[in-house]
Design a protein. Structure first.
Length: 190
């Protein structure tokens, strides 16, 4: 079958893009299909996971080229997500993420959702004076990928952005770190 799109409600193109990314992920939709359906009509109307599930079903069963995310948009507005305004994609993703996790009643589904979207990063810092290294782990939901390099040249592809993000950076001047072995601030490679 052909992919079904979403109608744009006002300035909801960012919301539509995020919804399509979520709903095109078969692991995510598998989690959605196992949610506990709220018992009352009012609870169903205001439950983000349930409204996303209904939208997914409309997109998969529809005979149209596009469906309207109106019910989900109304549900989001009940949770203080403004409609008809431009949203930052990363901020809107985190808002949807938090609403999904908060409203899913089964802890195992929340854990599966976290496993699906959590990015584990290990940061290495190496003193350029004595070569001592420290490592730290962190968890992220999004990668703050740069679109410009240090010389303000545009990074053209996703691959370029990822390579630049993970490229080692020398920390000098005000960015120097304190080295326990040297007993002073030194240049580090991050």
């Amino acid at each position: 079958t052909e992919a079904i799109g979403l109608y744009n409600l006002g300035q909801s193109c960012c919301l539509n893009s995020l919804l399509q990314v979520f709903l095109m992920n078969i692991h995510f939709t598998g989690i959605l299909r196992r949610i506990t359906v709220p018992s009352s009509p009012a609870q169903r109307r205001n439950n983000v996971p349930y409204q996303m599930l209904l939208l997914l079903e409309k997109m998969q069963c529809g005979k149209c080229k596009a469906v309207g995310p109106t019910d989900l948009a109304c549900c989001l507005s009940e949770h203080r997500v403004q409609l008809f305004v431009q949203h930052d994609a990363a901020q809107l993703f985190l808002t949807l993420w938090n609403l999904l996790k908060k409203q899913m009643k089964k802890p195992e589904l929340v854990e599966e959702l976290s496993d699906l979207y959590t990015i584990c990063i290990q940061e290495h810092l190496a003193c350029q004076n004595c070569s001592s290294e420290t490592k730290s782990n962190s968890i992220m939901l999004t990668l703050p990928l740069p679109v410009l390099d240090a010389s303000s040249h545009r990074l053209k592809t996703l691959k370029d952005c990822l390579q630049y993000f993970f490229h080692p950076e020398e920390l000098t001047g005000q960015n120097m770190c304190f080295c326990q072995h040297c007993g002073r601030k030194t240049t580090f490679l991050q």
